[in-house]
Every structure is written in C-alpha cells, then in structure tokens.
Write a protein that binds this ligand. Structure first.
Ligand code: 73E
Length: 823
C-alpha cells in the first residue's frame, strides 16, 4: 500500500447527506426509483448507504494497522452467529437517529425496512454467538483483531413445524443479496488436500506434500464496527471455489461432465453449516471445512497482514491465534508444515514458535462432544499433517514419561493418538499440548476441566490452565434489543454503561425507588406487548399481553433438560385437572420455548413434538381460562432473541449441574431484568453469586452430588414411584392425554427414557424444581418485590459484558494492547 494515499473523507452525519447517500444507492445501486422500490430494494440501499459511512473508518483502521504493526488477535472460529447487521451498523456509526429521520422525510419507516433483513445464521448456538459478541467487543475495546471463519452458503437450517414435528428447510440467506460483505478475489488463496508425502534429502523433519486436489479459498470481508470509537475491524469469511487449473486439466482431458462434477465437489466445502451443537459428527466434509478455513486464514495472515520479509521468528509478538474450541486445531500442524516444509525451518525452531502462537478455549464437558478424527480419515485427507501430529505426540509423550517414569497408563490416557475403539487423533489433547493457554468458559467449567476432562494435563502444566467467564455484548443485547430499558438506565446513570457495563451497579439504589420500579414495569410491559405483536405477525401465535413470561430458549439437548421443563408444565396442568390445585391460585403464565434439534437427533425431535402436543392441549383447554399458555415459535434465532429476551420475567437455566459449560442466554436474560430459575451449573453459579440468593431461584443437585449419585447407581424408577406428583405427571403424559390417545411413539419413548435411564437425572431434580417453581409463583404475586429483584439482577450483572471477557483475555492470555484510533 502506498502510505501517501490520501484518506477518503467520511460522509457527513447529517440528514441531508444521508438522504443523498440512500437515494444514490437506490437509484444507481438498485436501479429503481423510490416509488417503484420494493422493500428489499430499500433494505439493500439503506444498508449500502450505512456501509459507506463505516467504510471510511474501516480503511483508516487498516491503514493504521499496517503502519503500527501492533499485535493482532485472530479469532479462529468455524461459527459466527452474527444476527441482523443493519441496526448494529447504524448504532455503531451514530447514524440511528439521522437515518430514522431521513427515511421518515421520505415517507419510509426504518423499522419496516429493518424487518426485511435475513440474519446470517452462520452458527448453531452459544459458541457461534459468543464469537460474534467477542469480535464486537474486540472492536469496541480498540484491539487490532481479525475474525476468521467460513462463509457458509447455507447457515443453520430454518425450522418449521408440521403437525408439531420439526421440519428443516435450507436457509438461503444470500438469496436476496448480501450488502454487508465485500469479496476480495485478489486475496484468494489455494488450499490443498489428499495425496501423499515424500522425503526431502538432508532436511530436519521436512517432507514434501504432493496433494491430489485443491480448492480456491475466496475471502469475503465483513466490517466489525466498534461502538462510537472510529475503529472498524475485519471479519474474514472464506468461500470455496473450484480452481481454474483443476478445471482446465480435466477439460483438456476431454471430460466436460467430470470437470463440472469436480467443480461442485470443491465448492461443497463451504456449502452448509453442520447443524450439530455440542455433539459434532466426525464427517469428512467437516474436516475439510476445518482445514479449508484454517489453512486459508494462516496463509492470509502471513502473506497479507504481515509486511513482506517479516522475520517469522518474531511471530508470537505479532499474533495470537485463539482457537474457538477444537474446530480450528488443525491450524497447529498447518503452521508447523508452513515453517518446516515451506520455509525450511528445523523442527525445533518451528515448534518453539508454534507453541507461542496458539491459545485454546474449550467449550464443553460432555465426552461425546470432544472431537476425534480417525487416523484413517485424517491420513487420507491431510497426510502431511498426520505425520506432524505423530511427531508432536512422540515428543510430548517423552515429556510425560520423563515427568512420570513408569506410568504407562498415564501415557496412554494423555496421548494425542487414541488406540481405542479405533486409532484416532484427540483434537483437545493436541490443542492442549500446542496451546500456551487453555481456558474454560465459566468458573465451574474451568475447574471441572482441570479436575476431570483434562486432569492429567492440568497436573503436568498447572500454569497453562485458566478461566475466562463468557460474556455478551451490551450493545446488541441491551442497548439495541431493549431501547425502553436502555432509556431508563441512561436517564438514571448516563450512557457510559454501554461501553462499561460495570456502571450498572449504580442502579442498585433505584431498586428501592417505587417510581423507578413502576417505570421499570412499564418497560417490561411494553416489551411484552411488542413480543405479542411479533409472535402474532410472525407465527400467528397469541399470547396474553400481561402474563408472566417464562422462557426457555436454547438448543434442544437432553443435558439442557427441556423435558424437565415439560414435566413441570404437565404437572401444573395435572394439578388443576385433578383438583389438587385451585385454578385461581395459578399465576397467569406464558411458557415460551425456542429450540432447534439437530436433524439426526431423534430424542430431541421427539421432545419438540411432545412440547407442541402438550402446548396444543393446554392452549385449547377452555377450563384453564387462559391462565396457562405454551408457545413454541419455530426457528428461534438472534432476531427473535432480541424481541423475546427483553420481555421475559423468568429465565429457565435448568441443565444438570456439571453439563452446561457456561450458557450465555442466562446472562442476556438477567441483564434484561429476568429472574433466573436455575441449577448450580455453568455461569449460573456466578450469576447467583452476583445477584444474591434472594434474587435467584436455585434448585437441584450440585455437580458433586450429581456425580455421587451417578457413581452410587442412579435409579430414576425409584423417584417415579416415590413422588406422587411426578408419577401423576408422567402417567398423564404416558396415557396419551396430549397425543390424541396415542401412547406409542414419542410418548412411550420419552417415558421409557426418563423412567429407565434418565441420563441427565431429570427425575432426581424434579421435586426440587417444582418446589422452586412454587416459590416463583409466590414471589411473582408481589409485583413490587419482584420488580425490586429484577432491577437488582440488572444492576448486579454488569460483569457479564463480553467487554470484560475480552479484557480478561487481553490481560491473561493474549497480552495484546488496545490501540487508540484518532477520531
Ligand atoms: O455452554 C455453552 C457455552 O455457553 C456450550 O454448550 C457451547 O458454547 C457456549 C459458549 O461458550 C458449546 N457449543 C459447542 N460446544 N460448546 C459446539 C460443539 C460442536 C459444534 C458446535 C458447537
């Protein structure tokens, strides 16, 4: 880049100038007049107009980055669940008011235009959304950073219900155009696969890889604006394209059809996001995806971000690659390969640098969620990487043997290569060996990581292990999603909280102020009406505008225990129907579910069907006088979360203790003034410590209690037999009362699974859960006291800002510095 290129002046932030930008985009970009423009034309034109304003800042950020050569954090993640972009861009660039006014002058409504946006669903759930929150915070904290991931052509599937059963349809999010991305074909890189390796004479460790197929990785840049700070970072997502050469070779061989087929094969790599959350399947295409984006990203950094001739022995001063779970861990042998085979380094030199470049975040505790790749598959797809992994392992096991002479059992446990049930590479072990830090995502999770999942490693390298509790961005999840509450907070304490969420603590005294509580309730009420409107328009669902909103939204997984929630609802219903509970004693409540099940996860899909069946019966039962409602809007996503969370009174965080690594929905709800009913699991533990026992409904076994019970031999049948209410609820379900008399299928399957095995001990926690729910009912009767608790939840959860998480990563892991922009 020529350092003398004159900076482009940012367009003025005025209504007139914005109107001009918008109309120019509409006329020249979309090629339509205002009065002929479709809703989508307006959305695209508006987005591009906003993008102009950010672009100037973006170029400036890139120029400064090139000039300063500061340390960069690269966040490597297979998922970025961004959510809608337009409003965030408006807010970050201070254009929100100006755009609204400009559009109003043209007779247009900003909110109507916003409603056209299709969010890029490039993630499954918490892990992908965390990545999105983190890049927002990195930009807001002025940290030079790049997000690297995959531009899936199809994101997480769109969920619909047919007869209450989940049906998946493809999410064609790019169909109507994608105004937030800019392709950069000139920065495309090649990624190779397959083939074999051969010796290189006289080199220490170097081998030659002769791959047998290749694809082009085409980068698309997305802007990641900081909040009101003039920085715009980059998210770079890779798309797979067939290479020219490859085509030509086959065309020349005269096989046109084969050439086209090969093209499709190559381009399949970035076609679709795997829809499994927490339990990835070891599919070949998934490994292709992982290597594809990681190889492209490393090369991009070395060739496009670092200056020519950069001394790579200093690489750790310029970069930390943060590995978002094990999905990008193949980056480790890839960097080794680049340094040894392509740059001619010795093994030891390469390893010394590689070890200082990567840090690993683990997001799980479930054994089935730990990624392993069969040696057979890895060797076929990435033969050179397999060799490198073997040598890393050999040298690592020498270290283990030296530290624990004679302890071959330990060596086997710790080995990166598992021998049973088949030879396979344990990616978490590789990440732990190569990473200079390993972190869990909440206190309890990090503790269990070090004590259980990675115990041997924590014993060998205690200083490697640390915790960084997750957080969420207050820009999207409070400021944007909850304008009512934001206004109230800002009026009370100023607007500094948006970038320093710890300031929320200054709201604490206002919990005692009846007028503030009244206004807080007013905001909640308005948010509930907005939710009711959205659910009516989106799904034709009807909810009361003033009932307690009790929300359980998260991926459907047995460990999260949606079935326990279902048992509670059935039990309440059974109580009324059997006359045990007087109807008048029941607080009007709307249960809101949101959950996608992995398409191949049969039990999860059955649970969805059952929730819908129970919901239908309850909603249609006139004898309840509308006091209980169950709604399950399909296709829960970030867009819906932004409407639902601000309306919620009660947040359900009911996983079996020791199973949910952190949770982040729990934080979003608390920050929006919902009270949590939850187990001592994941970040719930820290939420409860901060808000206090009086403002949190705790129930269930602790992690050690659950582990004890499991060890002693857990018998769910005993709970079923000994708790009459539990038995009545399960029996009612099993009787077919909610399924038109059908006692087979999902009903029988759930009943058997809960009473016979109950892997996540829902029955053991049932009693304590329904008792806690009774306390909730009672507490909700006292509106003043409930509002007090809700306000205290807001005031005391500023800790859960992703800005704080990122500051923790900076201080304790990355050791990178913020760089102030001059703006
Ligand atoms: O507890 C959540 C956590 O809050 C955890 O289940 C989730 O990550 C969140 C952010 O830290 C998570 N997702 C996955 N593993 N843990 C995962 C695994 C494989 C594929 C997709 C997602």
């Amino acid at each position: 880049m020529n350092p003398n290129t004159p900076p482009v002046a940012a367009p003025e932030i005025t209504v007139e100038s914005f109107t001009r930008a918008f109309l120019r985009e509409l006329n020249f970009g979309q090629g339509v007049d205002l009065d002929r423009a479709s809703a989508n034309d307006k959305y695209l034109a508006l987005s591009r107009a906003v993008r102009h304003y950010l672009t100037t800042r973006w170029l400036e950020t890139l120029r400064n980055q090139y000039r300063d050569q500061a340390k960069v954090v690269a966040y490597l993640s297979a998922e970025f669940l961004l959510g809608p972009q337009l409003e965030n861009a408006l807010l970050a660039s201070k254009l929100d008011e100006v755009a609204r006014e400009s559009l109003a002058n043209l007779g247009l409504d900003l909110d109507e235009i916003r409603a056209v946006e299709v969010e890029p669903g490039l993630g499954n759930g918490g892990l992908g959304r965390l990545a999105a929150c983190f890049i927002d915070s990195l930009a807001t904290l002025n940290v030079p950073s790049i997000g690297y991931g995959i531009r899936y052509e199809y994101g997480i599937f769109k969920q619909t219900f047919v007869d209450g059963k989940q049906v998946e349809t493809p999410d064609n999010w790019l169909r109507l155009g994608s105004p937030w991305e800019i392709p950069h074909p000139e920065n495309a890189v090649e990624v190779t696969f397959g083939g074999r390796t051969e010796a290189v004479e006289g080199a220490d460790g170097a081998r030659r890889w002769i791959p047998d197929w290749r694809v082009t990785a085409l980068p698309y840049n997305y802007m990641v604006p900081g909040y009101h700070n003039g920085r715009v970072n980059t998210l770079r997502l890779w798309s797979a394209k067939a290479t020219h050469e490859f085509d030509l070779q086959i065309f020349n061989a005269g096989d046109y059809a084969e050439a086209v087929r090969a093209r499709t094969f190559a381009e399949n790599i970035s076609k679709v996001l795997y829809p499994e959350d927490s339990t990835p399947q070891g599919k070949e295409l998934r490994l292709q995806q992982q290597y594809f984006f990681v190889a492209a990203s490393l090369r991009d950094f070395l060739e496009n971000v670092l200056p020519d001739g950069y001394d790579l022995t200093k690489l750790p001063d310029r970069i930390t690659w943060q590995l978002n779970d094990t999905h990008p861990v193949i980056a480790v042998p890839e960097l080794m390969r680049l340094l040894i085979d392509e740059k001619g380094w010795t093994w030891d030199d390469a390893w010394a640098v590689t070890q200082k470049c990567f840090a690993y975040t683990c997001h799980t505790l479930l054994p089935e969620a730990l990624e392993v790749w069969s040696v057979d598959l890895l060797g076929r797809l990435l033969p050179r990487h397999l060799e490198i992994i073997y040598r890393i392992n050999e040298e690592f096991l020498e270290v283990v043997r030296e530290a624990y002479p004679g302890d071959e059992l330990r060596v086997r446990r710790m080995s990166i290569v598992a021998e049973q049930p088949e030879r396979a590479i344990r990616m978490a072990h590789l990440a732990t060996v190569a990473g200079f830090k390993v972190n869990g995502v909440a206190e309890l999770h990090s503790q269990l990581l070090a004590e259980k999942v990675l115990h041997d490693f924590a014993e060998l390298w205690p200083e490697k292990f640390t915790n960084v509790t997750n957080g969420v961005t207050p820009r999207r999840f409070v400021r944007m999603a909850n304008p009512g509450l934001s206004g109230l907070i800002t009026e009370a304490i100023g607007d500094g909280w948006v970038t320093d969420l710890s300031q929320l603590s200054r709201l604490e005294p206002l919990a005692e102020d009846p007028e503030f509580r009244r206004r807080f309730r007013e905001v909640k009420g308005a948010n509930k009406r907005r939710l009711a409107e959205v659910l009516a328009a989106r799904d034709g669902l009807e909810i009361a505008g003033d009932a307690m909103v009790d929300a359980m939204v998260k991926r459907l997984h047995e460990y999260k225990r949606q079935s326990l929630k279902l048992l509670h609802i059935v039990s309440m219903y059974e109580g009324v129907k059997s006359g045990r509970t007087p109807l008048e004693s029941i607080t009007p409540r709307t249960f809101v579910f949101g959950a996608k099940a992995a398409p191949g996860y049969v039990r999860a899909k059955e649970t969805i069907a059952l929730i819908n069946a129970v919901g239908r019966t309850i909603n249609e039962d006139a004898s309840l006088e509308g006091r209980l409602k169950v709604v399950f809007p399909p296709n829960y996503n970030v867009t819906l979360a932004e409407v639902l969370i601000p309306a919620a009174d009660l947040s359900e965080q009911i996983s079996l203790a020791g199973k949910e690594a952190s949770g982040t929905g729990n934080m979003k709800f608390a920050l929006n003034g919902a009270l949590t009913i939850g187990t001592d699991d994941g970040a719930n533990v820290e939420i409860r410590q901060l808000v206090g026992d009086d403002n949190f409904f705790l129930f269930g076994m602790t992690e050690p209690e659950a582990a004890d019970l499991q060890a002693k031999g857990y018998d769910p049948g005993a709970y079923y037999e000994s708790d009459p209410e539990l038995k009545a609820a399960l029996d009612l379900l099993a009787s077919g009362a909610f399924t038109g008399g059908d006692k087979g299928g999902a009903v029988a399957s759930l009943f058997a699974s809960l009473t016979e095995r109950d892997r996540f001990m829902a029955l053991a926690d049932f009693r304590s859960y329904v008792d806690a729910q009774a306390t909730v009912e009672e507490a909700y009767q006292d509106h003043e006291e409930w509002s007090r608790k809700a306000i205290l939840n807001v005031a005391r959860t500023g800790f859960f800002s992703s800005d704080r998480s990122i500051q923790d990563y900076l201080d304790r892991i990355w050791r990178a510095e913020p760089v102030t922009q001059n703006h």
